[in-house]
Each structure stands twice: as structure tokens, then as C-alpha cells.
Design a protein around this ligand. Structure first.
Ligand SMILES: C[S@@+](CC[C@H](N)C(=O)[O-])C[C@H]1O[C@@H](n2cnc3c(N)ncnc32)[C@H](O)[C@@H]1O
Length: 274
């Protein structure tokens, strides 16, 4: 930041706190590696009076906060929301009304399976000023760090992002869309339903030996990649003992991991069925 915008920023902060008009920055923290934060994200985190953060946000990123900043954990592991969504919305509104510069910090990108839209709807309704800072979503981080290009002229012209975590635990995905040729399917929050999802994709006509990668803890030193096929992946993941957060990539691009994996991470316990 140059000197002038720094001064304006400081003035704006002082002014907003004095007048009781706080604001909220909804900030994407990226998938894990702190070096993947945007410059704006890092700046907003370092300026914030209060940071309301989710469970996938790492310590190194929180360490960028001011020493006197309030750090408020609101959880949001699957099925284990520390604070219900309405209370998170209410907390953001309360902090902003008290004049705080609030950072609402979420893993990945706030607008991709992150309920960011719902949170800023509540802010908009309450008349709170907000901005949104995009982050590197897990699909980008995981695929890049695993050496699996999501599109590739020889393999996939389309890429679908879907969630495997469905209301009432059922799988009501658009199965026809999932099994189209020449595409890559990226499944967020799908580890718990992986066996079911793989079976349904095969039943819908996808070849049973379609390559699948499951990337655990992507972009962190602890990253692991398990490669298998649709038919074998549930077993392979169980054998390797993978845990969330994990991202599932389905498509022939997965084969490129064998040549293009560049990130050391933890040596892949690849149940390598290919
Ligand atoms: C609630 S969603 C949030 C997604 C986030 N907003 C994003 O853009 O990446 C959480 C899911 O994202 C995926 N995910 C997030 N971070 C990950 C990581 N470091 N490694 C693998 N998967 C990750 C997992 O599928 C996880 O269950």
C-alpha cells in the first residue's frame, strides 16, 4: 500500500470507529498455504479490530492479525457448527454496529460452498457496509498442488464443482451432468459420501476405471494424494485413512498427476490402482 492510500485507510478506520459505523470484509483465506492469501486479504486481516473465522483457517494466517484484535472462532465443521448461521450473521452485525472493522474469514473462496452469499445478504439487510475479498478455492489449490490441471485440451473442456454434502445426508446431485464425457468433476465435502457417489456415477454410465484423485489437506506440508479409480476409490481412501478436508477430482486429467506432481507434501500413500 502506498503512503496516501495507507493514510486514507487509517483515516477511514478511525472515522468509522468513532462514528460507530463499522464494516465487514468477507475474506477468502485460500486452501491452507498462507502464501496463497491475496495481498488484500493479508491487508484486511492485519488491519481488523475483530476476526470471525472458520475451522479451516490456519494459525499462520491468524498470526497476521493485530495483537489486540479480537479473534472469534465460529467453527463450521461438517455437522458440527460451533455457532448456527443466524448467530454468526447476528455477531457480524453486532460487531459492525459497535464500530469495529470486522474480517469474516473463511477457507478458500467465500462464494464457493462457503455461505458467503447468505452472510452478506444479512449484512445488506442490516445496512452494514461490506466488501468481499476472493480467495483461492480448494479446487484450484488442490489441483495445482497435486499437478492435476482441471481443464486440458486432451482431456476436459468442462469442469464442474459440486458438493457431496447434501441436506438430510442424501445424494441428490444431477447425475446426468456428472457423467458427461470430456469433463472434470470436483467434489467438495464428498469424503463421507464417496462410496455412494462413486457407485451412482458408475450406475449412471461412467466407466468404472475412470481415474479419481482424493487430495487431503491440499497445499499444506501435510498434503496427501490418493489416486484410484471410481470402482476402487472408496476402499483406497479407507486404506490410506484420509480425513477431511479432502477434495475429490474425477476425470482423466487425474492421470497427469503421475508426471506433473511437483509439490512434495507428505509422500502420497497412493493406493495406486491405475
Ligand atoms: C465448506 S467447504 C468450503 C470451501 C471453500 N469455500 C473453498 O472455496 O475452498 C469445505 C470443503 O472444501 C474442501 N477443502 C477446503 N480446504 C481444503 C484443503 N486444504 N484440502 C482439501 N480440500 C479442501 C473440502 O472438500 C472441504 O470439505
Amino acid at each position: 500500500m502506498d503512503a496516501i492510500s495507507g493514510a486514507i485507510d487509517r483515516k477511514r478506520r478511525a472515522g468509522s470507529a468513532a462514528s460507530g459505523n463499522g464494516r465487514v470484509a468477507l475474506v477468502g483465506a485460500g486452501p491452507g498455504d498462507p502464501d496463497l492469501l491475496t495481498l488484500r486479504a493479508a491487508r484486511r486481516i492485519s488491519e481488523a479490530d475483530a476476526i470471525v473465522y472458520d475451522h479451516l483457517v490456519g494459525r499462520e494466517i491468524l498470526d497476521l492479525a493485530r495483537r489486540d484484535a479480537k479473534l472469534i472462532y465460529v467453527g463450521k465443521e461438517r455437522d458440527n457448527h460451533t455457532l448456527p448461521q443466524e448467530q454468526i450473521n447476528a455477531l457480524l452485525i453486532r460487531l459492525a454496529h459497535a464500530g469495529s472493522m470486522v474480517v469474516r474469514l473463511k477457507g478458500g473462496d467465500p462464494f464457493i460452498f462457503g455461505r458467503g452469499g447468505e452472510e452478506i445478504e444479512a449484512l445488506a439487510d442490516a445496512g452494514i457496509a461490506f466488501e468481499v475479498v476472493p480467495g483461492v478455492t480448494a479446487a484450484s489449490g488442490a489441483s495445482c498442488y497435486a499437478g492435476i490441471p482441471l481443464t486440458h485440451r486432451d482431456h476436459a473442456q468442462t469442469c464442474l464443482f459440486v458438493t457431496g454434502h447434501l441436506k438430510q445426508g442424501g445424494c441428490d446431485l444431477d447425475w446426468d451432468a456428472l457423467v458427461r464425457p470430456k469433463q472434470t468433476v470436483v467434489i467438495y465435502m464428498g469424503l463421507g459420501q464417496l462410496g455412494e457417489i462413486a457407485k451412482r456415477m458408475i450406475a449412471q454410465g461412467m466407466r468404472a476405471d475412470m481415474p479419481v484423485a482424493v487430495i487431503e489437506d491440499a497445499t499444506r506440508a501435510s498434503q496427501r494424494v490418493v489416486r484410484a479409480t471410481l470402482e476402487t476409490v472408496a476402499e483406497a481412501v479407507k486404506d490410506a485413512g484420509l480425513n477431511p478436508p479432502a477434495l475429490i477430482v474425477v476425470g482423466t486429467v487425474v492421470n497427469l498427476n503421475q508426471r506433473l506432481a511437483w509439490f512434495a507434501g507428505r509422500t502420497a500413500t497412493a493406493a495406486d490402482a491405475l
